[in-house]
Design a protein around this ligand. Sequence first.
Ligand code: 4AD
Ligand code: MG
Length: 482
Amino acid sequence: MESLRRTKIAAALKSTDFGSKVCVKGWVRTKRGSKNVAFIALNDGSTIHNIQVVADRENIDDSILDRIHTGASLNVIGTLTESQGSGQNVELMAESIEVYGEANPDEYPLQPKKHSLEFLREKAHLRFRTNTFSAVFRIRHAMAYAIHKFFNDKGFYYMHSPIITGSDAEGAGEMFQVTTLDLNKLPKTKDGEVDYSKDFFGKMTNLTVSGQLEGELAALALGEIYTFGPTFRAENSNTSRHLAEFWMIEPEMAFYDIHDNMDLAEEMLKYLIQYALDNCRDDLEFLQNRLLEEEKSKPQNERSELSLIDKLEFVTKNEFVRLSYTEAIKVLEDSKPNKKGQFQYPVKWGIDLQSEHERFLVEKHYKKPVILTDYPKEIKAFYMKQNDDNKTVRAMDVLFPGIGEIIGGSQREESYEKLKIRIDEMGIAEEDMWWFLETRKFGTVPHSGYGLGFERLMLFVTGMGNIRDVIPFARTPKNAEF
Ligand code: 4AD
Ligand code: MG
């Protein structure tokens, strides 16, 4: 076969250079045809759209066409022509086709029909080849890029926080231990405890639950930083919103109070959603249509009022509602579902809000994203700035429709004494935190930060319903395949 530089299908579809010779390479989505001619829809991942390859049996040998099925990989050289109704403006009249790899239709799991998302989760090694997942993962890339762009343009520095740590940043004790000790032959101390001095790091270590603590150290010198990395939580929650391994974006800013923190969070979310609207249109439209199809099978009253793109635009155009936890509890107490006993978890001041409460506030009551502040100190982490009421801390959670909590953050406690007392009260080992405390001893400043769950953002932007479908390979309880 002659050599010609490969054109990506996204570029070929935009070309109007009819009559020119092009080479495209990709995977077959479908093949249909008649006696004389085969129509092959080819996709190479550069766009949601396929290019239609027209293979006339006069030009392409039957011995080649017979090897082409859904999933096969091809190298096609042909003439770009104006299309008469393949849904695209162009198609490719094949002159030669090379089959790189066949896909036996009796064995290839992806048929040219709609598969359920559950089925595709079991086939996560191949699901990138479906329209839905290629769209999701192109958007995931765009969002990661937009996050770096947003912070870079504002003068924030990207800080790489460690993955292996000796501390529990959230104090929730939901950590995966990291060890090289032989679990069948653990070294013991005189008291019969595991002797971690014999372990790789000479102490007990775990995978990080958050890059925040190290992020604070950097912010208290570089001013404004952000981390963007994997975080790990061994919480046994098998929900559509929790992963054991997820990615988090954690900006941390010196000299920001909680209001500056909220302003930044709102600006960032709007920027990211606008970026998707401006740069991922084809993929969003595909996902929107997919959702509309899904909606048709639901009863009228359960259908969502807004389409995906309307929902995204709605968030970019409206101010988020801001109120305190205490005010939110009043709203929830006075709400219809509470009075009718419809909440699974009863509402009273002091409870950790459940997703049903968060979603009521956002979806039913305010019908807008909501930022809640000043939570009871008992349900929040040790590092949050304590309010003068002695009951609440300067926390902020951003709640989104369909998601619940998408961001959690706070102004930080900058007083050495107050922080030390809180660490003691909560039973956190001071020898694990001495370095964190020293930032409050030497040149402490008011500062704030937050964490955005990257996959929660992805759920919102793509409209997907399960967090396992917006990360390439999900890690959840009893599941680490692939
Ligand atoms: O509210 P969280 O636990 O806050 C922190 O980790 C702070 N250190 C952040 C900070 O102030 N720098 O987690 C932050 C966000 C949540 O709002 C949620 O979006 C996401 O991380 N998240 C999860 N996403 C997927 N699976 C899980 N198990 C998650 N746990 C938290
Ligand atoms: Mg939280």
